[in-house]
Design a protein around this ligand. Sequence first.
Ligand SMILES: NC(=O)c1ccc[n+]([C@@H]2O[C@H](COP(=O)([O-])OP(=O)(O)OC[C@H]3O[C@@H](n4cnc5c(N)ncnc54)[C@H](OP(=O)(O)O)[C@@H]3O)[C@@H](O)[C@H]2O)c1
Length: 343
Amino acid sequence: MFRMYDDAVDISLVPQRTLANGLKMPGIGLGTFGSDKYGAEQIAAAVHGALRSGYRLIDCAACYGNEDRIGPVFEEAFGGGLKREEAFIISKVWNDSHGYKNVIESCEKSLKDLRLDYLDGYLVHWPFPNYHAPGCDGDSRNPDSRPYIHEEFMDTWAGVEELVKRGLVRNPGVSNVTIPKLRLILRDAKIKPVLNEMELHPSFQQGELFQFSIDNGLQPIGYCPIGSPSRPERDRSDDDVNDMEMPQLVEIAKKHNVHPALICLKWACQRGQVPIPFSVKPPQYLSNLRAVTEDPLTREEMNVLRSLDRNARMIKGQVFLWPGAKSWLDLWDVDGRIPSWEG
Ligand SMILES: NC(=O)c1ccc[n+]([C@@H]2O[C@H](COP(=O)([O-])OP(=O)(O)OC[C@H]3O[C@@H](n4cnc5c(N)ncnc54)[C@H](OP(=O)(O)O)[C@@H]3O)[C@@H](O)[C@H]2O)c1
């Protein structure tokens, strides 16, 4: 029997987003990437508790290595009375499964592991067919890695489109793309992406990509919404900014008498992105959800937070670089061009 906890958040107060195709999604969700720190059982237990606390959006991915543990949690919830159509479950195809046939097989495996008949969102996790060994360090490189090759990406996208046609996926999407890549994808896609998952937190607001996404019918989903304090070593560098220690953000948190993490989430929802904070700790994930249902930030506070953008990307993706690439900046088309083999 599926029962909500006594201290659950009132779901009717959680913001909702309407997607370009008219379907709706919850305005906040739970992340499920354990950052090499939390195990599959702990994360499955968090999904169990989060559903009973009021979360209806869960962000999963094949590469997080825990979909087979989260599946029984979904089966129990939906078998016990939670309506499937009330939930919004995302999964993603990993970089080692690009290509028409592979993406279909990968989605079928995620569905089987998650014990679902369909996914509400299915994303191409990274636009490169490059992958790294689980738990590798930041200097690790795969010699088979390649830059973005549009024709190859569209072959993968054709697989995603086929999944939509088969009714296995309701909302297709992309992740870790740039405006130059999105322009090509939107030009050539027969079924357009409606979700765009990207790194978004106060010190990394990606204003241009955010607006381009909105203008082109893609709902931004913000990963690392509170600055991913538990991220793996390979995703840390000396010049990283710690959002939760930015003095103006701390000041606003004091005024609202909440942890700075909650200010990041209020800001995210009020700006219009869908944050997907991760936590396995019940007090944390409950307070994260509750924060976006009460005590909103003022217009002045939103303006202060807007001024905190430092263009401080944390997830640089350097482990996906190909032989000959100069730096992680090559992954992000910073000069408006998509690098080829020749750079
Ligand atoms: N598409 C992609 O390429 C991509 C990339 C990265 C992440 N994601 C998705 O985005 C999700 C979120 O990103 P993330 O996990 O890296 O970063 P995050 O959500 O910004 O940070 C998660 C960490 O923040 C701390 N935290 C959470 N709630 C808190 C609270 N109320 N008070 C204080 N601390 C709190 C916890 O640290 P402690 O554990 O130390 O308590 C938690 O581990 C992932 O789980 C994954 O689903 C997607």
